[in-house]
Design a binder for this molecule. Sequence first.
Ligand SMILES: Nc1ncnc2c1ncn2[C@@H]1O[C@H](COP(=O)(O)OP(=O)(O)OP(=O)(O)O)[C@@H](O)[C@H]1O
Length: 314
Amino acid sequence: MTEPAIRTRELRKRYGDVQALDGLDLTVDRGEFFGLLGPNGAGKTTFINTLVGLVQGDSGTAEVFGFDVEADYREARDRIGLAPQEFNVDRFFPIIEVLEHKAGYHGIGSTEARRRAEEALKTVGIWDKRDTRFDWLSGGMKRRFVLARALVSDPDLLILDEPTAGVDVQLRHDLWNIINRMNDEGTTILLTTHYIEEAERLCDRVAIMDSGRKVEVATPGDLMSRGTDTIDIGLADPPRTAPRLDVDGVTEVAVTDDGLSVTAAGGSQTAPELMRELERQGHTVTSLDIRRASLEEVFVDLTRDDREYAEVSA
Ligand SMILES: Nc1ncnc2c1ncn2[C@@H]1O[C@H](COP(=O)(O)OP(=O)(O)OP(=O)(O)O)[C@@H](O)[C@H]1O
C-alpha cells in the first residue's frame, strides 16, 4: 500500500455561523513528522476529531492510510493513536487497567493487551504508578499517561493535540524524545502546537491553518527563509544618516550607534553584496551579524491578515 498516512479533500464542517473547516486539502506522507500550526479557532482540533470519527464532516473526504474515516471507520480508527488536548480518562480504575481496556477496544487479546500496557507505561516513564488512578497523578504524569494511552494500540499514526501545553521544560524534552523515537521507528506523527519552537525543532513539514483553511505547507526552514532577516553591520565611522543601498532584497536601512541595521529578505545571501556596496561607498565594515527570521515571525505574518479582517468585521 502506498496511500499517504492522511489525505483530505475539500473537507468542510460548519457549526452554526462558524465554518470550522472550509475546504481543507491536506496530505501527510507515511513516516512524516508533520506539524499543524494555527491561531486559536483555526480548526485544528475539528480536523483531528474528523480523522478519529468524533466529528462528521459536512462534505469532502478524509482518508487514513487509504481508509475513509467514515465508510471504513474501524480500519482507519485502529491505525490511529490519539493524545487529545482534553483529558477524557476513565478515573475509577488503576491506569494499567485503563490501558488494557483501551487495547481491548482495538481488538487486542488480553495477554497481549497486558504486555502492551506495561510497555507503554515504561516508555513514558510512569511504570511505578501503574496501580494508581488517573486522578491521583500529577499534571505532568497525566500528560505522560495520555501519551501511553495513545501508544498502547501500537498505532501507525500518532496524533498529538498540544502534547506539551503547560508542562515544565524537563518533561517537554522527555516527551520530545519519546515522540522522536516513535517517529524514528516509522510512526507517522501529526502534532498541533502553539509552541512554534516545538514545530521548528521536531517537524519535517508544517501546515499553517487559519479559518478552517490551509494557508501554507512547507518545511520549517523553507518558511523561515521567506521572512525578513535583520543584518547588524558595525562600521568604523558610522554615518549620521542612512545611506542608500541599492542591493537586491534590502527593504529597510536604519542607523544605529555602531553602524547600520539592515532589513533584508534572505539575509545570508544579501550580506556579501551589502558589504561590497558599503565598501564601494567608502565605509569600513568592522562586524556583521545576521539574525534570521524566526518561524514565529513568519507564522504571525501569514495569519495576521485574516486576524485583522476578523477583528474589523466582528
Ligand atoms: N462542538 C462545537 N460547536 C460549536 N462550535 C464549535 C464546536 N467545536 C469547534 N467549534 C468552533 O469551530 C472553530 C474551530 O475550532 P477548533 O477547536 O477546531 O480550533 P483549534 O484550531 O483547535 O483552536 P485552539 O488552538 O484554540 O485549540 C472555533 O470557532 C470553535 O469555536
